[in-house]
Design a protein around this ligand. Structure first.
Ligand code: NAD
Length: 473
């Protein structure tokens, strides 16, 4: 082993200090299945110290002008870009994604920081009359806890952090235990730029979330992760009526109409189903294809799957890495077994004979609603292709899911496509594409895919308390 298993070269960030954990835990590289680094692990007392530091920092941070806080975000973006190669390499090692995707994630994080550095929270005059002057302000909330999953550890943190800080809040950040390292490196960057206590980062082994989210000094929880954990957080927040934003699981349906050329659209469908080894909340997870092009579409997708180079994300030429962790690998293998029973695997389905959590991209056809692989979020490299004859029936089946994150409609009849898209029961719907996001576009789900949004003025507003001043003339 190339590391000292008793000490960590990584530090948490509490009150402006880079500190060791009360204990340590190994971090596994999913491409080898072996631990490659040691991570500090916080005690409950350290989590409390992080909240206390954020509480103390809130006063001075919240009274800075918006332009002063904007300037801090610009400095963070510059520093992330300066260190982007090292951050991306570390991200690939702990997360598994190909280096180019890791670099995209790190650069995207800088782009979110930069976007929010241009945003403002202006007062609005709602009424100015002989009777009254009513002004709407947006005030910061206080200490925000940000909890992040393992699929996009850096980007999803930066869906939250720039908006929370710009609005004048301070933060305690908790990464996922299987991908904490790039976040801790980001913490080192924060320690050089931000005033002490404005951002605090604690790592845990899936055991501090409940404590952080129930803490009476926390005013807001911004969570991205699974729907079951989202429910627990909502319950935990109820005691002190904390504000919550929950970005949860998805089971995005794409409906492909019969008037498209399968050869033309298959690469985009494939790319948005298998990005990050299928571990994307808004990946295509159920593909409804019209009967008239069903066989050709399955063949096109199978050819793309067979041509995909799967391997260690650090190796040149790798197009798809491993699943991120053993638990997810075992879960997706179980779904693969089930898919074999329900349908026909026309590409992939193999577990390569090598260490690490690899699975080849898998296309399964002749499955339908009611099958596990269709009804449940796979969060892995298996795409179920479902046959339909009536687009209205496909829409009904797409909308029958309790999830409602994203969806898409693909076709050449503009009117029909737009009619179907406008009736998709999701937070986001794309037309002739999927998974197109940006810091200026609201991001959020319907139904059990979440509560609230991130990005855009709408996302920024969720980190504020609306404050109305109603003055006599
Ligand atoms: P998860 O819910 O298991 O864990 C997410 C985070 O919550 C981790 O940091 C974990 O340590 C923490 N956590 C665990 N128990 C907790 C508790 N009781 N209280 C507070 N925090 C707790 O999710 P995951 O497996 O890491 O991520 C995969 C899931 O995330 C998928 O369902 C995926 O669709 C979803 N996701 C959603 C979005 C979105 O924006 N909607 C984005 C990415 C991932």
């Amino acid at each position: 082993m190339s590391y000292d298993s008793n000490a960590s070269e990584y530090r948490m960030l509490i009150g402006g200090q880079l500190v060791e954990g009360a204990s340590t835990m190994p971090v596994v590289n999913p491409a080898t299945g072996e631990a490659f680094a040691i991570c500090p692990r916080a005690s409950v007392a350290q989590a409390d110290a992080a909240i206390e530091a954020a509480k103390e920092a809130f006063g001075p941070w919240s009274v800075l002008s918006v332009s002063q806080r904007q300037a801090y975000l610009v400095k963070l973006a510059d520093a992330v870009e300066k260190h982007q190669d090292d951050l991306a390499r570390l991200l690939t090692q702990e997360q598994g994604k190909p280096l180019a995707e890791a670099l995209w994630e790190v650069q995207g994080s800088a782009a979110y920081l930069r976007h929010f550095s241009t945003m403002d929270l202006p007062e609005k005059v709602i009424e100015e009359s002989a009777d009254r002057r009513v002004v709407q302000q947006r005030r910061p909330l206080g200490v925000v806890v940000a909890i992040v999953p393992w699929n996009f550890p850096v980007l999803l943190l930066n869906f939250k952090l720039p908006a929370a800080l710009l609005a004048g809040n301070t933060m305690v950040v908790k990464p996922s235990p299987t991908t904490p390292l790039t976040t801790l490196r980001f913490g080192e960057i924060c320690s050089e730029i931000l005033p002490a206590g404005v951002v605090n980062i604690v790592a845990d082994n899936n055991d501090l979330g409940a404590h952080l989210t129930a803490h009476p000094d926390v005013r807001k929880i911004s969570f991205t992760g699974s729907t079951p954990t989202g429910s627990k957080i909502m319950a935990s927040a109820a005691g002190s009526l904390k504000r919550i934003t929950l970005e949860l699981g998805g089971n995005d349906a794409a409906i492909v109409l019969g008037d498209v050329d399968p050869a033309q659209v298959a690469p985009a469908l494939f790319g948005t189903a298998f990005m990050n080894c299928g571990q994307v909340c808004v990946a295509i997870k159920r593909l409804y294809v019209h009967d008239s092009i069903y066989d050709r579409m399955c063949d096109e997708l199978a050819a793309l799957a067979n041509a995909t180079q799967v391997g260690d994300g650090l190796e040149a030429g790798t197009q798809m890495g491993p699943l991120q962790n053993r638990a997810q690998f075992e879960k997706v293998k179980g779904m693969l077994d089930n898919a074999r029973k329900c349908g026909t695997v026309v590409a992939g389905g193999e577990i390569p004979d090598r260490p690490g959590y690899f699975m080849r991209p898998t296309i399964v056809r002749d499955v339908t609603d009611g099958d596990l692989i269709v009804d449940e979020e796979q969060f892995g490299p298996i795409l179920p292709v479902i046959r339909y004859t009536d687009p209205e029936d496909a829409l009904r089946r797409a909308n029958a899911s309790p999830m409602g994150l994203g969806g898409s409609v693909w076709g050449n009849d503009h009117e029909q496509v737009m009619s179907l898209a406008s009736r998709m029961d999701t937070g986001m719907v794309w037309v002739n594409k999927h998974l197109d996001i940006g810091p200026h576009i609201p991001f959020g789900g319907a139904k059990q895919s979440g509560i609230g949004v991130e990005s855009n003025e709408e996302g920024l507003a969720e980190f504020t308390q609306l404050h109305i001043i109603n003055a006599a003339p």
